[in-house]
Design a protein around this ligand. Structure first.
Ligand code: GLY
Length: 286
């Protein structure tokens, strides 16, 4: 069994915040019980990180520009299963809702009120993901953008790039080659209400096949356009080397979109790889 976790990749200048994010990922890894299969392990790893206030997923998610938190999560396996919730509100663990949807095997993605209603139907209680730090950040961002309009927000795309980012994710492979990947996010700062990033989307932020399990973090709008997680498989099949594959996928994101991010991946053969083109990525392995 091999499992990799990340708590987000970004240009985090504040040393204290970097330490908090790194410790959160390590604490989540330590909390994992032994004996879980790859799927239960990635769900549990992401669920643990969703409860960490300094990681941008679940509790501690970024607040969208209308003052609401809408979260995205996705989970998938090498046996072709996939489930995701997008823009879900008031749940502690979006990844657990995504897992329920995947297991039910009817729809693949539920969004907004439908996702939240499904969570309630499954027995998930209403929980507030707001933290004091995120509220302070939100008021500072709104001071920057007093009047919310998409035109104003997107006026200078490059100026906002480094103010965005972050996600949590996990990938795992069992000794018999069964693979799973899971990702969860509160989205980005400077986020127009309803915006969906790469995280829950199969092939973009999260991907699994019989060859690889991949979780991506970074500039989600750009990752969506490059299908960065899926590209790891292409480059892996070409090169036969997982580390080269994740580095090429990030180079592709950089070259084609001027985008930055981070990747974790495992293969059915038990190889593991990680890389990031941001200044920092909180990362650990089990
Ligand atoms: N990578 C997280 C997002 O863009 O939503």
């Amino acid at each position: 069994m091999k499992c990799l976790l990340h708590g987000g990749a970004a240009n985090v200048a504040d040393e204290t915040l970097r330490t908090l994010k790194q410790e959160a990922a390590e604490r989540s890894a330590r909390s994992l019980p032994s004996g879980l299969n790859a799927l239960d392990l990635v769900e549990q790893a992401v669920a643990a990180m969703e409860l960490e206030p300094y990681l941008n997923a679940g509790y501690g998610s970024v607040i969208q520009l209308d003052g609401r938190i809408r979260m995205d999560a996705g989970i998938c396996t090498s046996t072709g299963k996939y489930g995701a919730v997008v823009q879900i509100e008031h749940v502690a663990n979006p990844i657990r809702v995504a897992r329920k949807l995947m297991d039910a095997g009817y729809h693949s993605i539920l969004s907004g009120d439908g996702a939240t209603a499904f969570a309630r139907e499954c027995g998930f209680e209403s929980r507030s993901p707001f933290t004091k730090e995120r509220l302070e950040e939100y008021y500072a961002v709104r001071a920057d953008i007093p009047k919310l309009s998409y035109a104003e927000l997107s006026r200078d795309v490059t100026a906002t790039n480094n103010k965005k980012l972050s996600t949590v994710g996990a990938v795992a492979v069992d000794d018999n080659g069964f693979l799973a990947a899971a990702c969860s996010t509160g989205g980005t700062k400077y986020c127009y209400p309803g915006r969906v990033g790469d995280t829950p989307i199969f092939g973009a932020g999260v991907y699994c096949s019989e060859h690889v399990a991949v979780a991506c973090t970074g500039e989600g709008d750009k990752v969506l356009r490059r299908l960065t997680s899926r590209k790891v498989e292409d480059f892996y099949l070409e090169s036969g080397d997982l580390q080269i594959a994740v580095e090429r996928a990030l180079a592709d994101l950089q070259e084609r979109e001027n985008g930055i991010g981070g990747l974790i991946a495992v293969s059915a053969k038990g190889e593991a790889a990680h890389a990031h083109t941001t200044g920092f990525m909180s990362f650990t392995s089990v």
